[in-house]
Structures are given as C-alpha cells and as structure tokens.
Design a binder for this molecule. Structure first.
Ligand code: PMV
Length: 324
C-alpha cells in the first residue's frame, strides 16, 4: 500500500488560462508545454488503516488545510477506483521553490496521482492518471508525459480529457532559463485568478479564440524546430494571458519591476540574433526559452539584469516515474 513517484514541472509555451467546466476542471483552451528537468517533485503515498484522516507533509512540514483538501480530493478518487478505505500519509518534496510560479502544483499533483494510483494497487494507464491529475490542476495533466506535451481544450462534461505527448525529450535541445524576480508566495493562485478573468475581463472571449488558433501553430513550430516562427507566438501567448488578467476586476498583476526588466533583456538578446524568447506563468518570474547553443549567454545576461535575484537552468525531461 506504499509507492513513490517522481514528476517534473512543465512550462507552457501555449498557455492554459480559463476553464470550460469548473467542477471537472476542464481547460477552455488548448495548451502546449515542455516537461522540465531537473525541476522535480518526489512524492510518497502510503495508505494506512490506522490513520484517522489523510496526512500531507510538504517539504517536511504539515501542509495548510486548503492544500490538504486538494490532496484528499484526489485520494478520494483513487480510493473509489480501488475500493480502498484507508486514509493515506503523503510526503512530498519539491526540489525547487514552491508556489512561486514555477508550476510546483503541476509536478506535485502529477507525482501524487502516480504514487497514489500505484499505492492503491491500481494498474492504470498514463492517460487515466493524467485525467485524474488534471482534475486537481490542469497543468499537472501535462507533467505525466515527458518532452513536448499538449493538453486539448475540454468540452464541458468531458471527464476523460488527458494530455498527450507530441514529441520526446530529445526532439529539440531547448533550454529554459528561469529568472527569479521575487521571493515568497504569489498574491493569488492561478485557479482563483483565471476565474476572475472569465467573470470580469473584457478580453476573455478574445483570449479563448486567440489561444485556440495559436496553440496548433506553436506545436507546428516546435515540430519543425523553427525558432523564428516559435518566438513571437510564445510571447504573444503569455502577453495575451496576462493582459486578460490585468484587465479583470480585481486586476491580477503578477509582474514585478524585475519581470519587465527580464522581458526587455530577452527581447534585446533576440534583436542581437540569439534564439531566445520569454514566457511567464501565474507569478513574477520570467522563463527564457532558448536553444542550447545560446543558453550560456542568456543566463549570463539575465543574471546581470536589475531585479533578477537568481537564475536557474532547466532542459526538457521525461514524464512520470513510479516505483513501488
Ligand atoms: O494548472 P494550474 O491551475 O496550476 O494553472 C496553470 C496556469 C499557467 O501556469 C499560468 C499556464 C499553464 O498552461 O501552465
């Protein structure tokens, strides 16, 4: 009744923002991501009949009730599928800063979905595990697979929706340089923020139309390894997503001065001929996507940018790994 799983964060090049079905947590738009090594979460799940409730430890500390609630909801689904009644002890360790826009919810719920399924004795396909991870955090559905991964838009009620791998980790040696521009937790989580966007942003409908058209173009540019086509599409996806949030009431503004400085630094490098473009998630950090040949220069330039506190480098990695 015990298993361990490793899953990695992912970075969306075509962003998911907004839901078509809140109860099933279905995305309103398709998204495309790279699974990132070594941004790893390791999670152990043990079902234990002597426990009176689920226990969730994150980085060695008891998690907050809201975090425990989301973990227990996923465990409830696994218990129902396996006919298990015992509560579980879940221990999760992030090898990178939590809740800072580095998609720790993606690697976290992917690892949890994988470990819980195995610990409960289920022998499930990756698609089934991806769909269950999606219900907890849609971006987590993508971390089940390595390499380049798509999560289609979901029609309301389509509870089997899961991510699908598009190309392996060795398709293209892209690197991601993360420019950390703030410490501590972000002001509002992605789930609440995208709900605000849908309710109150005048740009929401335009965003959904744009994202549906742009995601297949981003996949095609990745398949063709065509950086010149890829870069403006990737930047437009994240600018449009953030513009939707900024124009909501209340406004969702994740950017810090260092975020703007880092975006400008990336764009200046591209003007100078480097293969690099920027993206941001629901947080203040800037992620520079670049070809391996240019990673050193990009990292050095970002490390030198005012407001950038630290940098880290990732490459494309494999999907979920589960062990007994
Ligand atoms: O899956 P969530 O609820 O953590 O939302 C993720 C949303 C973004 O990271 C901003 C975009 C994405 O596609 O990963």
């Amino acid at each position: 009744m015990k298993a361990k799983a490793i899953a990695r964060a992912n970075i969306a090049l075509a962003k998911y923002w907004g839901k078509s079905d809140d109860a099933l947590n279905l995305p309103a738009v398709p998204s495309v991501s790279l699974t990132l090594d070594p941004l790893i979460t390791e999670t152990t799940v043990e079902f234990d009949p002597s426990l009176e409730s689920d226990v969730f430890e994150l980085d060695g500390e008891r998690a907050r009730p809201s975090e425990l609630g989301r973990v227990s909801a996923l465990l409830d689904e696994v218990r129902a599928a396996a006919g298990v009644e015992a509560h579980a002890h879940v221990a999760s360790v992030n090898r990178f800063p939590t809740a800072a826009g580095l998609a720790s919810s993606a690697s976290g719920f992917a690892a949890l979905a994988g470990a819980a399924s195995r610990a409960a004795g289920l022998d499930e396909s990756k698609d089934t595990i991806s769909a269950r991870a999606r219900r907890a955090s849609a971006s987590a559905a993508r971390s089940i697979y390595g390499g380049i991964v798509e999560l289609p838009a979901g029609e309301p009620g389509d509870d089997a929706l899961c991510a699908r791998p598009v190309a392996g980790a060795d398709h293209w040696d892209l690197r991601v340089i993360v420019a950390i521009t703030a410490t501590g937790r972000k002001p509002i989580g992605s789930r609440a923020a995208m709900g605000e966007s849908r309710r109150s942003s005048p740009y929401y409908a335009g965003w959904v139309d744009h994202a549906k058209a742009s995601a297949p173009q981003i996949t095609a540019a990745l398949m063709d390894r065509d950086f010149e086509r890829l870069a403006p599409l990737v930047e437009q996806s994240f600018f449009a997503m953030h513009a939707v949030g900024m124009a909501g009431v209340p406004s969702v503004l994740y950017w810090q001065p260092g975020s703007v400085a880092a975006i400008r630094a990336v764009q200046a490098l591209r003007t100078d001929g480097l293969e690099v473009c920027a993206t941001m998630d629901a947080g203040p950090h800037v992620k520079a996507i670049c070809t391996a040949a240019h990673a050193g220069q990009v990292r050095a330039a970002l490390a030198d940018t005012p407001g950038v506190l630290d940098t880290l480098e990732a490459q494309i990695g494999p999907g979920l790994e589960v062990s007994p």
